[in-house]
Write a protein that binds this ligand. Structure first.
Ligand code: AMP
Length: 191
């Protein structure tokens, strides 16, 4: 079993249409605090990002935010975190979040979220990192993303072993357990 002491959560900087997204951001934050797992995230107070950070803080956990100077100067930073790092640009910010985390979870979100989870999958595939990646598939939000990956496997542009690196569960506890049991795939990227 992997020991996960810090998890980076990628999620919407908006709230989304269904209040279930906020409820689950709150539940995941509570679970991380209870399990003494530090939350690493994008450092904003907006949308689901703000909800999960607030929840971890409320239940006595630790939150490390990582934001860019530009967003920080726009006043988007969360003001009540354990720690906030301000990085020069988005690439440095992402690299810092990846370095600081033992694993990654994506919750519902937009381009930012999809970019971030896809980047960490790609880094795992190239063996640049070896860290579990999971989707919290609330209300089947990610079904079409998963379908696209399966289509990519069918077209032989993605190996099934690399497709299966991605851990999926609709419940936060189930997802955490699956991520702890994740075993690295040791296979070359290319067919
Ligand atoms: P999106 O899914 O497009 O709403 O973008 C959210 C994701 O991108 C988060 O996981 C953040 O890491 C990053 N991001 C987007 N907007 C912001 C913001 N205003 N402040 C900090 N990070 C952001």
């Amino acid at each position: 079993m992997k020991i996960l002491s810090s998890i980076c959560v990628f999620c919407g900087s908006s709230f989304g249409a269904d209040p279930i997204f906020q409820e689950k951001a709150e539940s995941l934050g509570k679970l991380l605090a209870e399990e003494k797992i530090t939350l690493v995230y994008g450092g904003s107070h907006l949308g689901l990002m703000g909800v999960i950070a607030d929840a971890v803080m409320k239940y006595g956990g630790n939150v490390n935010g990582v934001i860019t100077t530009l967003l920080h100067e726009k006043g988007i930073s969360h003001k009540n975190l354990t720690d906030l790092k301000v990085m020069e640009n988005m690439n440095d910010r992402k690299a810092m979040m990846i370095n600081m985390s033992d694993a990654f979870i994506a919750m519902p979100g937009g381009y930012g979220t999809l970019d971030e989870i896809t980047e960490v999958l790609s880094l795992n595939q190239l063996s640049i990192i070896d860290k579990p990646c999971g989707l919290l598939n609330i209300k089947d939000f990610f079904n079409d993303y998963i379908k696209q990956l399966d289509h990519t496997v069918k077209e032989k542009l993605l190996r099934p072993e690399h497709r299966n690196m991605l851990v999926v569960d609709s419940e936060e506890r189930g997802l955490l357990e699956k991520m702890r049991g994740y075993v690295r795939v040791d296979i070359g990227k290319w067919y």
